[in-house]
Design a protein around this ligand. Structure first.
Ligand SMILES: O=C1O[C@H](COP(=O)(O)O)[C@@H](O)[C@H](O)[C@H]1O
Length: 241
């Protein structure tokens, strides 16, 4: 489902409300809510909103179990670290249970970090079936999501739930969830805005299947919901007749 908003402000507010309702509704049926948060710049306003009234009071933070979709293999105190960003804008401001907040450990080698994260996920979800209640994703203007970058082999991963690799153009290792686990989620929501994302959004939603060029295409929950929260600038090509 495609949700289009006039401004990034309206978009962030609508997504904050949608996430809060998803948490409220799910917690009426079960005792925990597992949420994968995203990095990058796009979610900063959303995170600030969730950390403030009225969302802060409506969310039962003690029931939340937080995970990351991907991480740059840099120390936690590096400004590029996705977990640092989420703590700065959200998690340090709300009463989360730290034992339920699972950052990707960048003090280990990237390979060991991916294995350790995969072990955590298997403890939560077993080997089959269950997965996250919500995966929040961003999308880069090159069509990447998580750390599934164009023309990287990890796009085609079929077994591992977490993988690491060296991203040559950025001279940096990345650790990322893979399609096999993300596509089991109950809900996946993309947050994308800005004219620079318009072409990628068009190709991902309306273009021919080309997952190597536009890796966001591979995120298609098997039985869960897929939502795209975008602004009019990003949706400008999608909306054309
Ligand atoms: O590298 C990354 O980029 C994507 C998109 O980021 P944005 O700044 O364009 O919103 C992000 O979702 C991912 O977590 C991050 O590692």
């Amino acid at each position: 489902m495609l949700h289009i908003y006039k401004s990034t402000d309206q978009l962030s507010h609508a997504l904050a409300e949608w996430i809060t309702q998803a948490i409220e509704t799910t917690l009426q049926k079960q005792d925990r809510f597992t949420w994968v948060v995203t990095g990058g710049n796009s979610p900063k306003q959303l995170y600030e909103l969730l950390a403030a009234s009225p969302y802060r009071e409506r969310i039962n933070w003690s029931k939340l179990h937080i995970f990351w979709g991907d991480e740059r293999a840099v120390p936690f105190d590096d400004s590029r670290n996705n977990a640092k960003m989420a703590f700065e804008h959200l998690l340090s401001k709300v009463p989360v249970v730290l034992e339920q907040v699972h950052i990707m450990n960048t003090t280990l080698s990237p390979n060991d970090s991916a294995k350790a994260y995969e072990a955590i996920l298997h403890r939560y979800f077993g080997n089959e079936g269950a997965s996250f209640d919500l995966v929040l994703n961003g999308m880069g203007d090159d069509g990447h999501t998580l750390s599934l970058f164009p023309h990287t082999p990890v796009i085609h991963e079929k077994q591992a739930w977490v993988s690491s690799f060296y991203l040559e153009p950025q001279q940096m290792h990345r650790i990322t969830l893979t399609a096999p686990i993300v596509n089991r989620a109950a809900k996946v929501a993309f947050l994308t805005f800005g004219a620079n994302k318009a072409n990628a959004l068009f190709e991902v939603l309306k273009g021919a299947r080309n997952i190597d060029q536009y890796p966001s295409q591979i995120i298609q929950p098997a039985s869960g919901e897929l939502h795209w929260f975008v602004d009019e600038a990003a949706a400008s090509l999608v909306k054309q007749p």
